[in-house]
Design a protein around this ligand. Structure first.
Ligand SMILES: [Zn+2]
Length: 408
């Protein structure tokens, strides 16, 4: 493979990396997290990019959740192409809610796997193990999670000493350290193995608890700024984006603002007639109580869809209600994996099922979450200047396109 060659993945063409490339997905990184840390001098590396780098604001995929967006970034395509439109979906074949973190649900190849197949040295480090199988699908290279770094093997993860890379111990799944481990491992790999391409993906534990500009949030950005600054000093191209933003989902007194949609539907159309699926649901719910700003509804009786939509649209806290066809067209989603109705709540509200089905006892800070249109803006930042950029709506899944096709 020579520098003049290019690869094509999901109908998009990417130039071969001319130097080590690190694409970082900072989970839940509302642009204001960076802005606030820069403003108080906590992120000198990122601040320096105003002069010598590229800074765009991009749109993530709605539902603004972790898995759909991570998969969009590594495939360069929306969920209508790669198929992953939530952490959970209703599988009509087995009539059950199933996790979508198995690679069998992935319908497209990744840029990472294609680069590796063409001879590039590729490494992926993700905070939570739930993303590892999807990100590493058919990837000939390194792919492991901080969460299970101690269990990484050469056969399963392409690396035998993942834990020894950093000298850190395996962090708690509910900690900022789980994300720091990702950067520390990435930096160690860059120094030791010099991969051609790395993809680093963190977790939003801090962002779910701490608003932009707060001490914990600034500490987090300062931490990643140090690591990215070191990668920059090693000569790597660094591109930072996010899977989604993050907002307070509370009233003025800090109480969670929840639309209990299943409860309402049961009252309108009768219990057992409509089913609310919240694709944010995952095994790690302590920090958000499985409450996000997006849900999809299956209605048993097709004749009731219109009426249910009108009633949902009239509820306080609801921003958008679409039929499957409208919603899939607007948000580029796979129609066979969403319900009859797509519901998005407003910036300050989340969608729940019923009062008795949400355990909020684990919330030790006012609810912050994501999932809606209000969390769609994310940073897309690079440490090199771009030429004349096309005037277009930039997406977070243009990260590899920006990195490989546009940076100078
Ligand atoms: Zn996320």
């Amino acid at each position: 493979m020579t520098a003049s060659q290019a690869i094509t993945v999901n109908h998009r063409t990417y130039r071969w990396p001319d130097r080590a490339l690190v694409v970082v997905c900072v989970d839940g990184c509302e642009p204001d997290y960076i802005n606030q840390a820069v403003a108080v001098g906590r992120a000198p590396f990122l601040a320096s990019l105003a002069q010598r780098g590229t800074c765009l604001t991009a749109d993530c995929v709605v539902p603004s959740f972790t898995n759909p967006n991570n998969l969009s970034i590594v495939t360069g395509a929306p969920p209508s192409v790669h198929g992953i439109c939530g952490n959970f979906f209703w599988d009509p074949e087995v009539e059950a809610e199933v996790m979508m973190n198995d690679a069998k649900y992935l319908r497209a190849g990744t840029i990472l796997a294609a680069l590796a197949d063409a001879g590039a040295k590729v490494a992926v480090v993700t905070a939570k193990d739930k993303l590892r199988a999807l990100l590493g699908h058919r990837l000939k290279g390194i792919c492991f999670s901080s969460e299970k770094a101690d269990q990484a093997t050469m056969e399963g993860n392409g690396i035998a000493d993942a834990l020894a890379l950093t000298g850190m111990s395996v962090p708690s799944v509910y900690s900022a350290t789980l994300s720091e481990f990702v950067f520390a491992a990435g930096l160690a790999l860059l120094r030791r193995d010099r991969p051609d391409v790395m993809y680093l993906s963190t977790t939003d534990y801090v962002q779910h608890k701490a608003a932009p500009g707060t001490p914990a949030a600034n500490d987090f950005i300062a931490m990643l700024d140090r690591y990215l600054g070191e990668m920059d000093a090693l000569g790597a191209t660094v591109v930072l984006t996010a899977d989604h933003g993050m907002n307070a989902k509370t009233d003025a007194l800090g109480r969670p603002s929840i639309v209990f949609l299943q409860e309402r539907l049961d009252a309108w159309v009768g219990a057992g007639t409509a089913r609310v699926i919240r694709p944010i649901t995952d095994p790690y719910v302590v920090h958000h109580g499985a409450l996000g700003s997006y849900a999809t509804v299956y209605v048993n009786q097709p004749g009731q869809v219109d009426d249910a939509m009108k009633r949902i649209a009239a509820l306080p806290g609801i921003e958008a209600v679409h039929t499957r066809a409208q919603g899939c067209a607007r948000f580029e989603l796979p129609p066979d994996r969403v319900g009859d109705i797509i519901v998005v709540s407003e910036r300050l509200s989340v969608i729940g099922t019923s009062r008795d089905r949400h355990d909020l006892s684990g919330l030790d800070a006012p609810l912050r979450s994501h999932g809606g249109l209000s969390e769609q803006r994310v940073p897309l930042i690079a440490n090199r200047p771009a030429g004349e950029l096309p005037l277009r709506r930039w997406r977070n899944f243009d990260a590899f396109d920006l990195a490989l096709n546009h940076l100078q």
